[in-house]
Write a protein that binds this ligand. Structure first.
Ligand code: MG
Length: 409
């Protein structure tokens, strides 16, 4: 019997005070539905509009089995394409259809993708602090909990430094354009980061894998200098050393340093990641699965990477719903070129709103073996966690240099 799409709608919820968008695809088979992640936390209402005003009417009546054709036809229906809003909208539907296919087959999605190549996915988590001692203490505590991979970030004193509480405060308080709280000076940070690694390595030894995210905050020559300065500390990877606008510089960065490079959480367009993979200019692909269009696109990227010895490190921040984390994990445990998985530990409210979340144990994320994603969404409870008040509806305020010029976030 053909099962058809009856309705596509969005559920907006923020159980961890982070704006999530989940897409629900309802079908003609009573009670059968799928869930997908469409979370673009800086522009959530734009994604909801794209799903409910465009994809819902376009796809009603379609056979739920035809995932690839639904992707391809929806993808070109906007004519202009490959931007984050429309990719997230596509992703919500795409992941929901994989969930439905798994439920109909009685199989978890990782089995639809070929079955397990590993039991669970090792994850990395974040240790941030106001100074080196605080970063070290937090990393040590995470190691005691069983984590073997830790990303370390330390505050540049008095500056809005990515990955630290100073940066979060900037985002929450939304100060004026040249408030001292929003200041960031790239050269100060580039001098501090190698000293952080020297300290943490000397304190924690060689057993732990250390990672670091530049978050595209350095001009290219400083990024190249930092990559060279970090070489003695044996990083697992150095992430987003350059912004997507400066991809051609990766050739020089690659020649200058042997530090493993991760790149791409901001990528939305195939022409951004294809050259880096084909020329083996990066070691880890970091795309955010919903931002490239969903599971269908991400599994193609994973397969492409396999042939060029690029490993995966899917973006897994707090602004990924548990459905998005489940999609990351389905790929992690079913591909051969898995590298590492970034993970943000779910709070209790998130676990309550999304029963069936993957389990974190021994520094690894363990997939649910229930059909589809194996995750439910308690809509009544989700409604009790509306988006938090924010003057820009989640958009980021500017970070600026002392002279008032804007830096990348
Ligand atoms: Mg990052």
């Amino acid at each position: 019997m053909t099962v058809r799409i009856e309705k596509i709608r969005c559920i907006a919820t923020a159980p961890a005070d982070i704006r999530l968008v989940v897409v629900k695809v309802e079908t003609s088979d009573s009670g059968l539905y799928g869930l997908g992640c469409a979370t673009f936390t800086q522009r959530p209402s734009a994604v909801i509009e794209a799903v409910e005003s465009y994809l819902d009417p376009f796809l009603r009546g379609r056979d739920v089995n035809e995932i690839e054709d639904i992707f391809q036809s929806s993808y070109v229906s906007s004519y202009w394409r490959q931007g984050p809003v429309l990719n997230n909208a596509l992703s919500g539907v795409d992941m929901a259809l994989w969930d439905i296919k798994g439920k109909r087959a009685g199989m978890p999605v990782h089995d639809l993708l070929g079955g397990k190549t590993r039991m669970a996915a090792p994850v990395y988590v974040h240790a941030s602090g106001r100074d080196f001692a605080e970063v070290t203490d937090r990393a040590r505590a995470l190691m005691a909990e069983g984590f073997r991979h830790v990303r370390i970030q330390s505050e540049v004193p008095g500056q809005s430094t990515y990955g630290t509480e100073s940066d979060l405060k900037t985002h929450e308080q939304v100060n004026g354009p040249t408030s001292p709280q929003n200041i960031f000076e790239p050269a100060d940070y580039a001098r501090l980061a190698p000293r952080l690694f020297e300290h943490v390595r000397s304190e924690l030894g060689d057993e732990v894998e250390l990672l670091h995210d530049v978050h595209e905050r350095l001009p290219a020559p400083l990024a190249m200098q930092l990559a060279k300065d970090l070489e003695p500390y044996r990083l697992f990877f150095l992430e987003d050393a350059l912004p997507p606008e400066e991809l051609t510089y990766f050739r020089r960065l690659r020649e200058a340093s042997h530090v493993p490079l991760a790149m791409g959480e901001l990528f939305t367009n195939v022409n951004e990641y294809l050259p880096l993979i084909r020329e083996q200019l990066i070691d880890f692909i970091r795309v955010h699965i919903s931002d490239v269009g969903g599971l269908s696109m991400a599994r193609k990227i994973a397969a492409l990477c396999e042939f060029f010895s690029v490993r995966t490190a899917w973006h897994g921040p707090g602004d990924t719903s548990p459905i998005g984390h489940a999609a990351n994990l389905a790929l992690d445990v079913s591909i051969s070129n898995f590298g590492i998985q970034e993970f943000t530990v779910f709070n209790q409210a998130t676990l309550d709103v999304f029963p069936g979340c993957p389990e974190l144990r021994d520094g690894m994320l363990w997939p649910n073996d229930a059909p589809g994603w194996g995750i439910e969404l308690d809509e009544e409870l989700a409604a009790k966690f509306p988006y938090p008040d924010h003057p820009f509806n989640g958009a980021w305020p500017a970070i600026r240099r002392r002279d008032g010029s804007c830096v990348k976030p």
